[in-house]
Structure formats: structure tokens, C-alpha cells
Design a protein around this ligand. Sequence first.
Ligand code: ZN
Length: 250
Amino acid sequence: MRALILSDIHANLEALEAVLAASPAYDVVWNLGDLVGYGANPNEVIDASRRLGTVFVRGNHDRACSGLGGIDEFNPIAQRAARWTECVLSSEHRDWLRGLATGPIHPDGPYVSCVHGSPVDEDEYIVTVRDAWPTLHDTGTRLTFFGHTHIQGGFATNDDEWFKLMPEYRSNHQAEEFELRLRDGARYLINPGSVGQPRDGDWRAAFLLYDDAQRLITWYRVPYNVRGAQNRIVAAGLPDRLAWRLRDGR
Ligand code: ZN
């Protein structure tokens, strides 16, 4: 089984289209949430994502933009984007977002889970090994896919040692991939990175492919029409900062 794992699309249709055009063959799609918020095409991104599959975890922006709360904790720019998104969402899409499952979900047996932030809190950022420790230490899950930080990579432990995982790339302007072979006896927290608003200094859209038979994770970065996404954000009247940050990957 090959799972295409997407997270944090954030209503960036140009980035999602580039990811789907570049993706290798897959059997299923697992979506780790934050389909909307920040970008200019929430309805189109929800439609495209629903055509891909049925496995979704709710993100904090999916919650806030569908009126389920948490908007007050956002910074002013994120708040403006969330209010704009709530206004333009079709009622059908708003209701669909409201019905999304909060993680963790187990789309492939008990040893694999999908969450947005962390297994206990969709708003929690796992950025450091210290953040990752409770999840990796307390869980029987061998492999947890998470998003929310918009940083591609992850964490691993075999109980003796702890590792921060970061794909290494050679360029920042062409499509690239980076493989990680999963080891028996180790536990992993793996982040595909953000499709629509990367924050790891690399503007290219991020995603991954998980091949359970090969025990292989392949991270990808693909260029996309960032100018097009920026133009739509500005034309929608969303804060300019949301457009400029896309080119910097911040
Ligand atoms: Zn996000």
C-alpha cells in the first residue's frame, strides 16, 4: 500500500495542483488537516481534496474557519484570513469541515496514526526532540504522521537514541526527493511538510509518499506557480504578508 500524505494545503490551489501533477502512483491519500486558511481558494481546495479520498484529520484552521472556535488565539493576520475564509466558504463545505475527525485516526491498523498537531492536541507544535518525546515515549504507535508546524522532517527513537530527521536537498528550484528507510524496532514521528505554506525556508510545495511494503518514506519538494497563488491572495483582499511569505518559505 502506498499512501500519499498531504498536510497544510491552506487553500493554495496552485501548490496542490503541482503536488498532484508531480506525485508518483499511490493507492490512498491521507490528509493531515488545515485544508483552508491563509490562501485564496478554500472551496476549490476542499473540492479537489475530497476527490482524492476519504481519510482526513481536522486542523486548527479547519476548526476556526468553520466557526468551531479558536480564532481568538490566532495572530491578527491569521484571524483576518480565517474570517475571510469563513465568509467565502460554501455552506456545504463549512458543514463538511465541521464534521472532520479530530486525530488521532488509524487509517492502516493500530501501528500507524495520523494527527494534525500532536496526538493529544491539534494545536500543539512538535518542533524539537523535547516536544516529540512524550508522543514517541508513551505511544504504542510505531509511526505517527503529523503536520501543523509546516516543517518537513520529523523525529525517531529506538529508546537508546533520539534523532531529528531532516531531508537534505541540493537545490531550491527544481523537483527533488529524499528517502528514509524505516527500521524495525524504532518509532517515528513524520511530517510531510506543508503543501501550501512551507515555513522551513524552502518555498517549494512539500509532501510525502509512505510505502508500507517497502518500509519507505519518500519526502518530496516541487516548485509551483507561486506568483499565481500570490496574485490570488492580493486580489482577494487578504493581507499582503500572506502572499510575500510564500516566496520565502516562511
Ligand atoms: Zn497549518
